[in-house]
Design a protein around this ligand. Structure first.
Ligand SMILES: [Zn+2]
Length: 691
């Protein structure tokens, strides 16, 4: 499972990506000011932000771990084309065409600019389908302009993915609907097609060819996660992703790099990598399971990787694994900070503002590793999750556990690339804007940790309620109430001297950090209304929770004032002490409701403060946000690794750099896999064209 960008802390239904809630991080201390002055937002392409990712901890890793990372990094690039082919049968040909044009620019400037715009979006989304909407996007120059650019590039020495005997014009005719016709293969994944239409026939991805979901109902699928299902001469066949099967050239290349990595890996990692190679060789379910178990068992290593057919979101049936790779190291500073919180869980429990009878006696904090990614490819990049929890198989999870990671450097890059206008538009004063700029990232990161590690783990149910869950009593109010409880715990303890005593924040920064989070919290209750394009009620639980808390504080304390200036509304925090006192009172009541399963009280609380909003206010917020022209999604430029070789060619060390150039990186990746791509095209298992 993945956590998409900008959910507050917990996974679950996540609205459109957003930037106001992303925690940031820093390289100096657990929750100090973030690295300032370097470039995060590299460029905007239509609604996409192109952002550089930094992995500051890499240079401090022992050299053996840097070399291990280098081999895993190469394995991540080796499989990248697999995902392109899975996403669309024509993807690799299309990419080779536009990359040839980018490498050999020719023709009129406006046409060149359009090809560049299209290609950058193509790279960001791993093909011609928007990652958020699944809809196709096309070139806006004419096919004739495109054809003359291709011919001009060919004259300059560019090569194109021609079929045997095919001319350039024939290739252009073959690919014309893919580049120019938005109604041809219009959607990559259609889970709910127009009535009567088949989910597979309506999805343009390449996980199936020539078969419908209905035809598969009685079919005995032996490789549900790692095969492409095709119809050959009227018979349904699975093309298994493995050595000797589909993607053989790429998979053999991945294995070569994994084998090189094993020599530098600590024992548990080496065992997991051997199991992964075993699965790539046989493709069998039992070997996939053995790999999952070995991967979960590797809990202590500093370097880890996810490499294989993993998440099933691309498949309308939710069965086929899209190929992805991530290579990452544990961020020790940040992981230590949440472990420190977890180790003090009992102190927090003993100081909760609620009735003693609801305090747990032996509370355990919830922890996960905080990581920094070095590279993400395939289904995981350039558009990336902010958290991952694997493996997906329920049975393995129950018996052997799972690993959960939160990706710190992605969160940091989201926060640092945020449009400055975003903060200032909704801040009442320049002081508030400055405070948000300096502290919001760190403050929100600490609040998120408190929410997760302390908040959800805390509190005890009334003994009358034992034997059944609070969900049974609180029904549809439960999730929003539980999220409110965890948020309130975070807001309550953020200004507590204990946070400074624990060394999580420097004493001189404490007041500003807590205030920045309070202001951010109050502001976001307004800003999030822009997502409610229709109606006058909120459905999503995290949003209900935030509305409820802020509106309750406005109604019941003197902490927040709703002010209007030049026809614009602001939530202004005027008394941080009253804010905390109100949070404590509300938290005591929310805990009482949960502990007793008091449905009527939960419903009244959310009906009064959390669910309904003023559509006029929403319209105002929507208009203000539209003026800011914010990106709707972010694609990341990955760090770049480079080996330092000895005279005999052996890798002695590895350096890291930050290209700040999407084009250079994408061309470099494609060049690295040219040989396996051409072998794949030549092999019988190459893409079957036409659907
Ligand atoms: Zn939560």
């Amino acid at each position: 499972m993945t956590v998409a960008a900008m959910s507050i802390a917990c996974s679950g239904p996540v609205p459109a990506p957003d930037t106001e809630q992303s925690p940031a991080s820093s390289s100096d201390g657990a929750f100090g000011p973030a690295a300032a002055g370097r470039k995060y937002l590299v460029e905007r392409v239509d609604e996409a932000a192109i952002v550089q990712l930094y992995a500051d901890g890499f240079a401090a890793l022992p050299v053996k771990e840097r070399i291990l990372t280098w081999h895993l990094y190469q394995a991540a690039i080796a499989g990248r084309d697999i995902f392109y082919d899975q996403r669309y049968a024509h993807n690799l040909d299309m990419r080779d065409v536009v990359e040839a044009l980018i490498s050999h620019p020719a023709g009129e400037a406006p046409v060149r600019a359009e090809i560049e715009r299209y290609t950058k979006l193509f790279w960001a989304n791993s093909g011609p389908y928007n990652n958020l909407t699944a809809r196709k996007f096309v070139l806006t120059c004419t096919p004739e302009q495109f054809a003359s650019a291709v011919h001009a590039a060919a004259e300059k020495g560019a090569t194109f993915p021609l079929r045997p005997g095919e001319t350039i014009d024939q290739m252009l005719t073959r690919l014309k609907p893919m580049f120019f016709d938005a109604s041809f293969d219009p959607s990559v994944t259609t889970k709910t097609p127009a009535s009567g239409r088949d989910i597979l026939a309506s999805s343009a991805n390449n996980l199936y060819s020539g078969v419908t979901a209905k035809e598969l109902e009685g079919f005995d699928e032996k490789y549900p996660l790692n095969s492409r299902v095709v119809k050959v001469d009227g018979r349904i066949v699975e093309e298994v992703y493995r050595v000797g099967g589909r993607y053989d050239p790429q998979i053999r290349d991945i294995i070569t790099h994994l084998e090189a990595a094993i020599r530098y890996a600590p024992d548990p990692t080496a065992q997991a990598l051997r199991a992964l190679i075993g699965w790539y060789r046989t493709g069998e379910e039992r070997d996939r399971r053995a790999y999952d178990i070995a991967w979960v068992a590797d809990t202590s290593s500093s370097i880890d990787t996810i490499n294989g057919f993993t998440e099933v979101y691309l498949d309308a049936r939710g069965m086929k694994g899209a190929w992805e790779a991530l290579v990452y190291y544990v961020n020790r500073t940040k992981t230590a900070a949440i472990q420190k919180l977890a180790s003090e869980a009992q102190w927090f429990e003993d100081h909760m503002p609620w009735d003693r009878q609801y305090c747990k006696e032996n509370v355990q904090g919830v922890t996960a590793n905080i990581i920094d990614v070095v590279i993400e490819t395939g289904d995981a990049g350039p558009i990336t999750p902010i958290g991952i929890n694997l493996p997906n198989e329920q049975e393995v999870r129950e018996k052997y556990g799972s690993k959960s990671v939160s990706i710190a450097n992605v969160n940091e890059a989201y926060d640092r690339s945020m449009d400055a206008g975003y903060r200032s538009e909704f801040s009442w004063s320049p002081e508030e804007t400055a405070r948000a700029k300096q502290w919001q990232g760190a403050a929100h990161e600490l609040a998120t940790d408190l929410h997760e590690v302390i908040g959800h783990a805390s509190g005890r149910l009334n003994h009358n309620l034992l034997g059944c869950t609070p969900q049974t009593h609180l029904k549809e109010q439960y999730s929003a109430l539980e999220e409110a409880r965890a948020d309130l715990v975070a807001l309550y303890f953020l200004p507590d001297p204990k946070i400074v005593e624990m060394g999580l924040i420097r004493p001189e920064d404490h007041r500003e950090v807590a205030l920045a989070e309070y202001e951010n919290y109050a502001r976001t209750a307004l800003v999030q209304l822009r997502r409610m394009r229709e109606g006058t009620t909120i459905e999503e639980d995290h949003m209900r929770n935030r509305q409820m808390i802020v509106n309750w504080l406005i109604a019941n304390t003197k902490a927040i004032e709703r002010r209007v200036r030049d026809g614009k509304a602001y939530n202004v925090v005027v008394d941080a002490g009253a804010f905390r006192e109100g949070v404590g009172r509300l938290l005591a009541e929310v805990q009482r409701i949960k502990s007793n399963g008091d449905y009527a009280a939960a419903k009244a609380l959310f009906e009064r403060h959390g669910i309904h909003f003023d559509p006029k206010l929403r319209d105002e917020i929507v208009a203000r946000v539209a003026k800011l022209n914010l990106p709707s999604y972010t694609a990341f430029i990955q760090p770049r690794l480079e080996p330092v070789r000895a005279a005999d060619g052996a890798v002695r060390d590895v350096t890291i750099s930050y290209p700040q150039d999407l084009t250079a990186q994408m061309l470099e990746y494609s060049k690295a896999t040219r040989a396996t791509r051409e072998e794949f095209r030549r092999s019988a298992a190459g893409p079957v064209q036409g659907r």
